[in-house]
Design a protein around this ligand. Sequence first.
Ligand code: NAD
Length: 485
Amino acid sequence: MREYQNFIGGEWVGARSGQSFENRNPADIREVVAGYPISGAAEAVQAIDAAAAAQPAWGKQTSVARGRVLSKAGQILEGRKAELADLLMREEGKTLAESTGEVQRAVDIFRFYGGLSYTLGGQTLPHDLPGNLLYTTRQPLGVVGLITPWNFPIAIPSWKLAPALVSGNSVVIKPASQVPALTLELARVLAEAGLPKGVLNVVVGEGRAVGGEIATNRQVAAVSFTGSYTVGSQVYLQLAQRMARAQMEMGGKNPTIVLADADLDLAVSLVSRAAFGLTGQACTATSRVIVEESVAPEFTAKLAARARTWKVGPGWVPGVEMGPAVNEQELLGNLQHVQRAIDEGATLVAGGNRLTEGDLVHGFFMEPTVISGVTPSMGLAQEEVFGPVVAVLSVADFDEAIRVANGVDVGLSASIVTRDLKKAMLYSEQIEAGVVKINQISTGLSLQAPFGGIKKSSTDTFREQGAGAIDFYTRSKTVYLDYSS
Ligand code: NAD
């Protein structure tokens, strides 16, 4: 078992409460993974003060110098890949392959923003008059707050931290209490890579107390949040009140449309990986399959057959394709969604149960689940289920498929499976989503491309990831220079 403290001002410090909590392995709760302090607003203030003190010197360094620290951090992370993947698997529950992929993603993110440091700058514009120069520069915001969810314990903190730091900000980050270990390990890695004390601060504790202080403290210039709409909309209001910059990335109800001309085996492969991979605990997971009715029975039978052979178990067992829910509350929530769909008249065609055979009884496992006969107004077609549960909706044609796909109040990722190029292009124009996939799984992103949603999935202002992520973490300044006399 690992014992962690907060990381504030470059030191490992406990919480004033003197209280702590422990996280257990969701695949086998007999294993205690790590212990943490229970911090509150006081530790958040301490961290914000440390960040405010450290920022001016960090902001004055060149972006190239800051980028070197990030590139070095990427190298150190890569050297610790196997150890950190094992830790991620034990704390969050992903399979070893998924955890290793996520740590590799963090390595690549630090490398990307390390390299990008050579390109950060503004624009030179033609001035109206001769002998004059007109240009823009990018400046850091100051102290930024980051609030992150549990489902990608290292990738999400990395894709916020790296652009925030390379831009010259100092950071206070509050990781989700289900999975703080990887964020604290990131702090250790960045310190080893040469990040000055106080530039990155990590506070572990209750969401409302720590996150609330980050959202309301006037020294925090901007907050980037990823999590649920319920919390994100509250934090957004707190930031709006003091007109601080806000980036809220929230849930989805992502569709995959399967048209009658699709290769159904390809469709089953894409939907099953997007719905059951990562235990369905991805904001971009497919949770609705919208199928043209002429192929719906055949597609549903094939998908159900694939779900029944999906191998569920602890992430460290070779061949396992899906780990547990992150905790009991999430597991019970998933099972409740299944029961409610059945009560509303939908048909359970595969899965639907908790798995308790042998040692699985010690974890939060459930069967990959397929539910058909779902109509657009049912809860299962509207509400996010953060687990391996996929709803099948049957539609008459392409136009109805688009209407049903757009008939929700979120729009993060959306996929279509078809061989019809014209319909694929019309879909890409008409679908209400920030990420559009054609003959690809709805999950899976390229770190060099912008990411974000529309409607209630996102504040829909700034995008995360790629070179554009820098926009959120910098403000531009316009300089007019007259050298004519
Ligand atoms: P959550 O909203 O419960 O928690 C997110 C973070 O907010 C945690 O660190 C939590 O401690 C903190 N928090 C809780 N109450 C707070 C408060 N009152 N003030 C400030 N902070 C507070 O979300 P979760 O359960 O950790 O994550 C799952 C959700 O995240 C899903 O809805 C999923 O779709 C979404 N998500 C979105 C994306 C995306 O990029 N759009 C990516 C991953 C996850």
